[in-house]
Ligand binder design. Structure first.
Ligand SMILES: Nc1nc2c(ncn2[C@@H]2O[C@H](COP(=O)(O)OP(=O)(O)OP(=O)(O)O)[C@@H](O)[C@H]2O)c(=O)[nH]1
Ligand SMILES: [Mg+2]
Length: 459
């Protein structure tokens, strides 16, 4: 089979290089590879990609972790990208794979444009992407969410396979990050290569052929792969192992019952493939995928000590992990906007240092010690959060955390100001003006947002 792998951005270039290295060891694979990046240093570091197949676009200094920069660079370099891909596409190219890390600016921004260009060239593509770590920055999440959304909509993009980077820590604890990245990239690429090998391995039973392989990638939607191996002498039932083969991979978890197509190959010692065993596997597949396209390849091998499952499911619903990413990216985006808005208005107001000698009355100093402050009375009367009359001298150091704990009990429900005060007073014996000062402070910290005037929401 012949593949064209297009590495986008740094992570994409690394995965594309891993593809090239792996293909050199697989005689059945012809792999053409190229890399496109906005960062000269990263692009030059991908040794397995020939220099003539590297395309530097944009500033040459990276996309500043901003998908928009990557997208703009790709749009401006459309003609160059078109020419490079046209040059590399061969009449016998079977599959075009985009590889990228969703989260940076280059990969996330470039992929939708490159996919569109492939459509113009009359080809479809699949994508192998990484999802950012949950603990990555808000920018990474927004880039990934935007990049995935745009890429998913592209007509030329069919199977979208997501490596879940959050699984890296569990699979490779206490490992140097670059080594773990390398391992993950290698595992993903090997799974892919093993899948393609199904079409090149002879079998006296039922084989998967090249056209079946090509067709499985053509179902649009999310996809996942598996590559599961066990000692043959520990396997008594082929069908029970099938369930395991779907779990524990590095790809984002998906719901198999939503798949449009599944292709599975099983290698193992001939003695395991009895009519009953193979029939049981077929039944499990059928029950799981009623009315779907299911292809099973069986590869009995002599003197084989392993049983291995290699498979792919395509045309699936959005994985839970991607939905979570979209949701947190949206929330963190609003929170960031709110913080920036508060910061902007604070700057506009200045630091509040004004001296008005004309209204200075020394007797006020004495009065203010014996009378409740104006602001506290006002805020109680006004029944809404009015930052300008909140007494800035109230010490909330010890109450802020308590108030925060209480408001968080109410989750993300939206409330008005008085409901918020009443909720706090249900648990804490505090004056309204103290609560108002705490709410204002939490708002400045971005913990409480005001999506609509007078409506408050805890983030
Ligand atoms: N699995 C895996 N993930 C990686 C690897 N390198 C980076 N990542 C992930 O990919 C995301 C994107 O990073 P990069 O590829 O460096 O970003 P880029 O596309 O070059 O974009 P800019 O650097 O902003 O121009 C990161 O947020 C990481 O989550 C890798 O080798 N393997
Ligand atoms: Mg980069």
């Amino acid at each position: 089979m012949r593949l064209l792998t297009i590495g986008l951005g740094h992570c994409g270039g690394k995965i594309a290089s891993t593809f090239k290295k792996t293909a050199k060891e697989e005689k059945h694979l012809i792999l053409d590879v190229c890399g496109i990046n906005t960062d000269r240093v990263d692009l030059e570091s991908h040794d397995e990609i020939p220099d003539k197949n590297k395309l530097l676009i944009g500033s040459g200094k990276g996309a500043a972790r901003d998908w928009n920069e990557g997208y703009r660079a790709a749009e401006e370099a459309r003609g160059h990208i078109y020419n490079l891909i046209k040059k590399l596409l061969q009449p016998d190219t079977d599959i075009v794979i985009l590889t990228l890390g969703e989260g940076g600016g280059s990969g996330s921004g470039l992929a939708p444009v490159v996919s569109e260009i492939l459509g113009e060239l009359g080809r479809y593509c699949i994508a192998l992407v990484t999802l950012p770590f949950q603990v990555e920055s808000v920018k990474a999440k927004i880039n990934a969410a935007k990049g995935l959304d745009m890429l998913y909509r592209e007509e030329a993009l069919k199977a979208l396979i997501c490596i879940d980077n959050d699984k890296i820590v569990a699979h490779y604890p206490d490992t140097i990050l670059t080594d773990a990245y390398q391992e993950v990239n290698k595992t993903a690429v090997n799974t892919f290569a093993n899948l393609l090998k199904l079409a090149h391995t002879p079998s006296q039973a039922d084989r998967i052929d090249e056209s079946e392989l090509r067709s499985i990638f053509g179902y649009p939607g999310f996809a996942t792969m598996s590559n599961y191996k066990m000692y043959a002498n520990t396997v008594s039932n082929l069908d029970s192992m099938l369930q395991h083969s779907l779990e524990g991979s590095l790809f984002a978890d998906v719901n198999p019952t939503t798949a449009a197509g599944v292709l599975l190959g099983i290698y193992g010692p001939s003695s395991l493939f009895t009519t009953t065993q193979v029939d049981n596997v077929r039944r499990v597949l059928k029950d799981m995928l009623v009315g779907r396209d299911a292809m099973l390849g069986v590869y009995p091998l002599n003197h084989c000590r392993w049983v291995s499952y290699v498979g792919i499911m395509t045309g699936m619903d959005v994985p839970q992990k991607v939905n979570e990413l979209l949701e947190t990216a949206r929330e963190e985006h609003y929170r960031q906007e709110e913080i920036l808005k508060v910061r902007k208005s604070q700057k506009e107001k200045g630091l509040g240092f004004e001296i008005d000698n004309s209204s200075f009355d020394s007797t006020m100093l004495i009065k203010s010690e014996s009378q409740p402050s104006n602001s506290s009375r006002n805020s109680a009367q006004s029944r809404e959060l009015n930052p300008s009359i909140i007494n800035k001298n109230i010490d909330i150091t010890h109450t802020l955390k308590q108030v925060l704990n209480v408001v968080q009990r109410y989750g993300k429900t939206k409330t008005n100001y008085m409901e918020l005060v009443n909720n706090v007073q249900r648990y804490l014996d505090l004056e309204e003006d103290i609560i108002a000062a705490c709410i204002l402070r939490l708002k400045e910290m971005g913990v409480i947002i005001e999506p609509k005037t007078g409506i408050y929401q805890i983030i």
